[in-house]
Design a binder for this molecule. Structure first.
Ligand SMILES: O=C(O)CCCC[C@@H]1SC[C@@H]2NC(=O)N[C@@H]21
Length: 183
């Protein structure tokens, strides 16, 4: 097998693995209202940081496809198009962009400097909140203020921690040579 095909296979395995971990994170939730605190974003951030923009977004795409087709991978083990386009649909679809923007922190040589990672990560998080809260507002006919209170405020400290953990995790995985190189 050539080195390029091995790299492709390695990337494919990690893409599938990270898609599966996002699904596993859907079972680690704290239901606090229409939007739960969940571990899914940790793995979405990790997919972006560890795989880069294209593969990171592919991992999320794979995850969304699995959920849309009926696998119980959305928060609390839910599934289906009804949930994908339900009140939390803005976060779910927004994760494609989240993973992409986190992935942009990854340099050509695979390194992710702390500051660069934090910059792209926080930008990704702000975009995710904008998509998630705007969708929530229209799905549940909330005021902007209520959408902000239910869809953004309670998550900020936890998501900041998840972002830091994902960044540290991706840097470590890259440093020990666990992540596939670029083609
Ligand atoms: O219904 C789903 O499967 C998606 C849940 C979305 C949860 C959002 S993601 C951003 C924010 N951080 C959390 O921990 N929960 C919300």
């Amino acid at each position: 097998m050539s080195k390029d095909s091995l790299t492709d296979l390695h990337q494919l395995v990690w893409t599938a693995l990270l898609a599966a971990t996002i699904g596993a994170g859907a079972y680690l939730i704290v239901p606090i209202g229409p939007v739960p605190v969940s571990m899914q974003p940790l793995f979405v951030f990790l997919a972006g940081f560890a795989l880069g923009p294209r593969r990171g977004a592919m991992a999320v795409g794979l995850y969304l496809l699995a959920g849309a087709l009926g696998l119980p991978v959305f928060s609390g083990g839910r599934s289906g198009l009804g949930h994908l386009f339900g009140p939390t649909g803005g976060y779910l679809l927004g994760w494609l962009l989240t993973a992409w923007v986190c992935g942009m922190a990854r340099r050509q040589d695979g390194t992710i400097p702390w500051l660069r990672g934090a910059g792209f990560g926080l930008t990704a998080l702000a975009l995710l909140y904008a998509a998630g809260a705007a969708w929530l507002k229209f799905a549940l006919s909330l005021s902007w203020h209520k959408a902000w209170l239910a869809g953004v405020v309670p998550f900020i400290p936890w998501d900041a921690l998840k972002l830091g953990a994902a960044l540290a995790g991706a840097r470590y995985m890259t440093r020990i040579g666990l992540m596939p190189g670029r083609r």
